[in-house]
Each structure stands twice: as C-alpha cells, then as structure tokens.
Design a protein around this ligand. Structure first.
Ligand SMILES: Cc1cc2nc3c(=O)[nH]c(=O)nc-3n(C[C@H](O)[C@H](O)[C@H](O)COP(=O)(O)O)c2cc1C
Length: 315
C-alpha cells in the first residue's frame, strides 16, 4: 500500500510556504505516496480554552476528547493527520516564531497526547515521520525561534522530525520561486521524508544537514542556561527544544560545541520515555496541589479578593 504523506501549511495562498510544501510533496507523489495537503487558513480553528478537561479525564484513565470537538475543524483534520505515515509542516515566521494560525492548531493537540492515550490503552502506538519548513523574510537572525517553535509542537503527536529547513529572505509573495537552491532543498526534504517512511521505525534517523543547529540530539539551534528542575536535576546547559543536558566545550579548531552529558537525555522530550518523566512532574506538582484540601482552601480564600478587584477595561 502507498505511504500516506500529508502537507499542512499556514501561509498565504499560493505563496512561499505553500509553494515550498508543494515542491516537497510533489517528490513524495512521484515516489508513489498518497498525498493530502491542506492550508489551515481554510479551516475554522478555535483556541485551546485551557480547561484541561482532556488531561484530567486521561489521568483518570478516560478519553473524552476536547470540549471544542463539535465546534470547529480540529478533529476533522486530526482524524486524517493521525492516519498518515508522514506529515510535512510549512509555516511562515511571524515575530521570530511560527505564525499563530499554526500555533492555534497545534496547541489544540493536548487532547491527542499520544503518550497519555497509549498509557490508558485508548490508542495503539503509531510511528510517524515529520519534515519542517519555516519561511521568513529575513535570515536566521529574525527567525530565531521559528523551526524550534515548530519542533516543540511535534512531541504531542509522536512526530519524529527527520529533516527541517529554514527558508530565508523570501518576504514577498511567492518570492521563493526566484531561489533555485531553496526550491531544490524543498525537493530534498521530500526525498528524505520518503526515505524515512520506507525505513523501519527503530532505524529512522536524522536526514537533514549533519551539522545543523547546536543540539546533536534534535538539531535545534537554541540552548539555554540550565536551572534546577523539580526533582533536583541540574544541567549546566540545556537544549531548549528536546531538553538534552550537557555543557559547552571548545573543539581543537576553536569552535564551541554542545556536548550532551552521560545522563543528559533522561528527559529527552522527543521520546515517549522522556515525556513520561514530565508526566511524573505533573503528577508530583499538580497532584500535590489537587490532593491537598488545605492548599485548595487557601487558594479559594485568597482568590476572592482578586475576583472582586476590577480595573477599567475596553468596551
Ligand atoms: C505579522 C508578520 C510578522 C512577520 N515577522 C517576521 C519575522 O519575525 N521574521 C521573518 O523573517 N519574517 C517575518 N515576516 C515575513 C513573512 O514570514 C514572509 O513574508 C513569508 O514569506 C510569509 O510566508 P508566506 O508567503 O507563505 O505567507 C512577517 C510577516 C508578517 C505578516
């Protein structure tokens, strides 16, 4: 049976993000994939309300979905997306990050959190592959959180990122068509997606530029100074995306390198096992609150003053 590959974009109609995505998807189609493509701007998508009804139910072993399931198109898209072998996301960069149309869509995936649903036996594990394209008017300097922002939305639905590309300096509509290198890179991304889906899941690996980014684990280009974590774990330097921990070392040729320490992948967010550590954190932090009537009472008492306090708003 043909591999199923889906393209999801959030750019302007027939402009850079859509065109680069179509270039990559065309390669997939040529290699025999069954291709689907959507632009999120054609759908009605509501913001996550933050009610956490989905995760509260999951923590009690139940799957109730999202309270907005009947109100917009998220479920309709997810029913198709989760059935794919691979998904390519192509999103414009707004204010250094992925455009909010995409983020609205992505933040509604909490009710689909695969590691939760697999744990309670609602769904079977499915290995999926992803390719990421971030498209901006500027160089990396003004797209500093674009790919990393997209990467951060991949964990919830178990998307293994095998390649990603930053499309730089294409501010005008469809300007990417003047950049042959960029168009060729999009085709290569399509090839990588097809190579990855044809590889057994446990052997799938990074197919993008070997030296891309700081992090040798997820290839993000974003590191932060580590701070003490909830369980006392402390890494000097952390990858902002996957959570790998380690330190910076200078190589013989004078370049800085992020070296992941021995236990540095304990909380690797790109793996189900690493994300399970976060479930422990939630159980510890939130559980410690919800199971303590004294704390709940204290918050209720203190909250009353804030409910009564109001400032001038806007009509
Ligand atoms: C609100 C807004 C914010 C933007 N912010 C950035 C930015 O921070 N960095 C950047 O490189 N480009 C930025 N851009 C430019 C777009 O990323 C660029 O025009 C891109 O080609 C849009 O993709 P599209 O043609 O697929 O719609 C911004 C555009 C808009 C409308």
């Amino acid at each position: 049976m043909a591999y199923k590959v889906m393209g999801i974009t959030a750019g302007r109609k027939n402009s850079n993000s859509e065109i680069l995505l179509k270039e990559a998807l065309t390669v997939c189609e040529e290699k025999g994939a069954d291709v689907t493509m959507i632009n999120l701007r054609d759908f009605h998508l509501m913001d996550c309300t933050g009610c956490t009804a989905c995760t509260k139910a999951m923590s009690q072993g139940k799957h109730i979905g999202c309270v907005l399931d009947d109100k917009d198109d998220k479920k309709k898209i997810m029913d198709v997306m989760l059935n794919q072998d691979a998904v390519i996301f192509s999103v414009p960069t707004y204010d250094l990050m992925p455009a909010s149309v995409y983020l609205t869509f992505a933040h509604r995936s909490l009710s689909y959190e695969t590691s939760f649903l697999e744990t309670i036996g609602t769904i079977e594990h499915k290995d999926r592959v992803a390719g990421l394209i971030s498209v901006g008017g500027s160089t990396r300097a003004w797209q500093s959180m674009a790919l990393e922002g997209l990467q951060a939305t991949m964990f919830t639905t178990d998307m293994k990122v095998v390649d990603m590309m930053l499309a730089t300096r294409v501010p005008a509509p469809a300007q990417c068509l003047l950049d042959d290198k960029l168009m060729a890179r999009a085709r290569t991304l399509g090839e990588h997606i097809m190579e990855a889906v044809a590889t057994p899941a446990e052997e799938r690996h990074w197919l993008g530029e070997e030296d891309m980014g700081w992090c040798p684990n997820c290839h993000s280009n974003a590191l932060v100074l580590g701070e003490m974590q909830w369980d006392g774990l402390h890494y000097p330097i952390e990858c902002q995306v996957c959570g790998a921990g380690g330190t910076l070392e200078k190589t013989e040729d004078g370049k800085w390198k992020f070296v992941i320490q021995k236990d540095g992948l304990l909380k690797d967010r790109t793996t189900v096992a690493g994300r399970a550590k976060h479930l422990e954190e939630i159980a510890h932090t939130q559980g410690g609150f919800f199971s303590d009537p004294e704390k709940i009472k204290l918050v209720q008492e203190r909250k009353a003053a804030y409910a009564q306090k109001a400032f001038k708003g806007i009509d």
